[in-house]
Design a protein around this ligand. Sequence first.
Ligand code: NAP
Length: 304
Amino acid sequence: MKYDLAIIGAGPAGLSAAIYGARGGLKTIVFEQALIGGQIVLTNEVENYPGFEEILTGFELGEKMKLQAQKFGAEIREETVESIIIHDSDKEIKTSEQNYQVKAIVFATGASPRKLGVSGEERLTGRGVSYCATCDGALYRGKVVAVIGGGDSAIEEAMFLTNFVSKAYIIHRRDELRAVHSIQQKALKNEKLEFILDTVVQEIIGENQVKSLSLLNKKTSVASELIVDGVFIYVGISPNNFLIKDILQLDNQGFVVTDDDMQTEIPGFYVVGDIRKKSLRQVVTATSDGAIAGFMAERYINGY
Ligand code: NAP
């Protein structure tokens, strides 16, 4: 099948590229293998995306973006892209269903939660270890949990968890949080949160269910055990670069390097959103990336 523009990933960056590409007259297709709406679908509250004074859930915002892209004629297909083949100016995408010939690609596969990498984490995932408070928080009503990390995600999601839990410990490896000031200020006022700083998790303990954490204070070298019913891990993200890691330039953390127009070293191949090397990963910067790429793809295809 032939399309002008293929977009891989239907998060805010990909859907924004679809809006701009389809509205610019390109025959546009979007592929998504998991969540239409991307990672924001896992976010309970989006309060910093301009234009919505009321707080939307990530699901609601993702749904609005999807409907807007479809309104302009973009097709959205739930198919897994298996490979991308570049033949000079033409590009081929093989999915689980069929092959597509396209003139330009916007790659928007985003990033996934990074693993902590400690003993017990993998074995107890789904048995007390979680990477999604929105999905699993309600399972911990009245219980005690730990949240690992000191960034925006850890602090925001810990606050969300206090809607259910009796107590949430935030365990961070330094004595200073990375989260922005406004998020920190809210968290410090929350009486269900307790901060354990300068501390790392050495092991997640439990046979069939999380029972406790083995901790180490890095300043005092004192080890301790913390009894918890669950642990939510928010220690950053890793880029979903599997499909392009051999064809595009990556930085030392695996994010894709583009120019200001989202253009990579392959003409007509744009990379947008959380998988791109950038300093601010937000819904608003993802949609900005997507808008630029959709616009540039239209210029590229029409030979401007
Ligand atoms: P992040 O900003 O990279 O923070 C990761 C946190 O995990 C840091 O505090 C880091 O510690 C800690 N960490 C990393 N590896 C660790 C390890 N092995 N052991 C213990 N701790 C470890 O990641 P994020 O919070 O997931 O956010 C990802 C991006 O999304 C960021 O750009 C963020 O601003 C954005 N975001 C924005 C919002 C919002 O605007 N409302 C909400 C969520 C996320 P150090 O501080 O010591 O490095």
